[in-house]
Write a protein that binds this ligand. Structure first.
Ligand code: NZQ
Ligand code: ZN
Length: 392
C-alpha cells in the first residue's frame, strides 16, 4: 500500500563552484551577528576558512567562531556553542564542515533559544520539545550524512556513553552551499566511509516489503548506482569534479526525505551503528559498512527474498533468470565486494578494535529495550546475533 505523505524540504541549495559570492547576502537575511562553527582545522588547510571570512567581512557582518567540533560530535561542544550564542547575541549560525560540525550546530541553534541543557533534547527519556532554533546556514565539505539538507542530528555524550539522534523541523538549515571542489581534499578513507553512509541511508529505506512507490524505488536504485560508479573514481582522482559533484548531490538526496514517500518503518543498521560509535568512537560509515551485509544476510528468507532480487538485478545487474535465493546471496556478495574490496573498508569488528564485551548492552540500546520495527522486526537477541556475525 502506498501511504499518504507530505513533501516539504525548504532548504535553499547553492550548488557549484562559484556560489560563495552569495554567502554574505544569504547570511544577511537572518541577521548581522554570525557564529561560524567548524572542526579540527581541515577548512584552514584547504583555504576555505580564509575565503569564508573574506565574504563575511565584505558583507559587513560581525563574526564569532567556535572551532574544534569533534568527529562524532560531543555534547560539550554543543553546550559551549549555545553559551556563546547567548553571550554574543548571535543571529545566525554558519556551519562549515562535514556532518559532525553541521549536527553539532543544529543543537547549538536549539540550545541558544532555550534555558534547558541541550542534552535534554537528545536524552531519549526526556525528548524536550524543539520548537525554536537560530537560523542555520551550512557550507558542506564532506559528502556523506546529508545533514546539509535534513532536519536531524546525532550527538555523543561521553559521560553516559550514549550517541543519540533527534529530528525536528526547526533544525533544518535555511540554506546550504554545496561546492564539490570543497570535497577535493577529503581523504580516500573518508570518501569511502561517506559512500558507505549514503549507501546505507538508501538501503534503510529501500529494503521495505510494502509501502513501495515504484518511482521512488527507481530513484533510489539510480542513487545507489551513482555511488557505486563515482566513489571509486573520487578515491583515485580526488579532484575529479564530476565524481565529487555526483557524490555530493547524492548525499543530500539520499536522506532529505524525498525517498521516504510515506514509508514509516524504522531504520535498522543506523541504531546498531550509533551504539558502536558511542562506545568505540569509530567512523560512522565504517561501522555501517561492516553491519549492513550481515544484517541483510540475517533478514533474508522466503518472505523477503523478492526485495533482494530487485536490488541485485536493478543495482548490480545480476542475471534475473537465476533462482531468487541465488540472486539474493549474490547481491549481498556484490555489496560486500563493493564495500570491502572496491572501497577498501575493513570488514570485521575485531579489525576496528571491537570485541564482544559490550554486545549485550549495545544490542539492548539499539532496539530501545524492546523491538526495532524495521525491515524485519529485531529484538536484542537478533542484534546480538548480527554483531556476532560481524566478528569474522
Ligand atoms: O574536523 P575536520 O578538521 O574538519 O576534519 C574532518 C574529520 O576529521 C574531515 N573532513 C571534513 N571535510 C574535509 C575533511 N578533511 C579534509 N577535507 C575536507 N574537505 O573528515 C573527518 C570526518 O568528518 P565528520 O564531519 O565527522 O564526517 P561525516 O560527515 O561523515 O559526519 C559523521 C557524523 O554525522 C552523523 C554520524 O553519526 C557522525 O556523528 N550522522 C548524521 C546524520 C544526519 N544529520 O542526518 C545522519 C547520518 O546517518 C549520521 O548518523
Ligand atoms: Zn548514516
Amino acid at each position: 500500500m502506498i501511504n499518504d505523505f507530505i513533501y516539504d524540504i525548504p532548504v535553499r541549495v547553492y550548488f557549484g563552484r562559484d556560489q560563495l559570492k552569495n554567502l554574505g547576502a544569504e547570511l544577511k537575511k537572518h541577521g548581522t551577528r554570525v557564529l561560524m562553527t567548524y572542526g579540527g582545522g581541515s577548512i584552514k588547510r584547504m583555504g576555505l576558512y580564509d575565503r569564508v571570512v573574506k565574504e563575511i567581512k565584505a558583507a559587513g557582518l560581525e563574526l564569532f567562531e567556535l572551532s574544534g567540533i569533534e568527529p562524532n560530535p560531543r555534547i560539550g561542544s554543543v553546550r559551549e556553542g549555545a553559551r556563546m550564542c547567548k553571550q554574543h547575541n548571535i543571529d545566525v549560525l554558519l556551519a562549515v564542515g562535514g556532518g559532525s560540525t553541521i549536527d553539532a550546530t543544529k543543537f547549538i541553534a536549539a540550545g541558544a533559544c532555550s534555558d534547558l541543557d541541550p542534552w535534554d533534547f537528545l536524552d531519549y527519556s526526556k525528548q524536550a520539545p524543539i520548537e525554536k532554533a537560530l537560523p542555520i546556514v551550512t557550507i558542506l565539505t564532506l559528502a556523506a550524512t546529508g545533514s546539509e539538507m535534513d532536519s536531524g542530528g546525532v550527538i555523543s555524550n561521553p559521560e553516559t556513553k550514549d550517541k543519540n539522534g533527534r529530528l525536528a523541523p526547526a533544525l533544518l538549515p535555511k540554506a546550504s552551499f554545496l561546492d564539490p571542489t570543497n570535497t577535493f581534499t577529503v581523504s580516500p578513507y573518508q570518501t569511502a566511509c561517506g559512500a558507505a553512509d549514503m549507501m546505507s541511508h538508501i538501503i534503510e529505506v529501500y529494503f521495505n516489503m510494502n509501502q513501495d512507490l515504484y518511482m521512488l524505488d527507481c530513484f533510489m536504485e539510480g542513487l545507489m548506482k551513482t555511488i557505486i560508479k563515482y566513489a571509486p573514481v573520487a578515491m583515485k582522482e580526488p579532484e575529479n569534479y564530476e565524481a565529487r559533484a555526483n557524490l555530493m548531490w547524492t548525499s543530500s538526496w539520499a536522506i532529505n526525505g524525498f525517498v521516504d514517500g510515506g514509508k514509516q518503518l524504522a531504520w535498522s543498521c543506523h541504531p546498531m551503528e550509533h551504539e558502536l560509535s558511542a562506545i568505540y568512537d569509530i567512523t560512522h560509515g565504517l561501522g555501517l559498512a561492516i553491519l549492513t551485509p550481515r544484517w541483510m544476510k540475517y533478514c533474508l528468507d522466503e518472505t523477503t527474498v523478492s526485495k533482494y532480487v530487485q536490488f541485485g538485478v536493478n543495482v548490480f545487474g545480476i542475471d534475473a533468470s537465476l533462482e531468487p535465493m541465488q540472486i539474493a546471496n549474490l547481491a549481498i556478495e556484490k555489496l560486500s565486494d563493493f564495500l570491502f574490496n572496491t572501497l577498501g573498508l575493513k570488514s570485521t569488528l575485531p579489525e576496528v578494535g571491537i570485541d564482544e564485551t559490550h554486545f549485550a548492552v549495545m544490542a539492548r540500546k539499539s532496539v530501545g529495550g524492546g523491538t526495532l520495527h524495521g525491515f524485519k522486526p529485531l529484538q536484542q537477541a537478533d542484534v546480538e546475533q548480527i554483531f556476532k556475525m560481524c566478528m569474522q
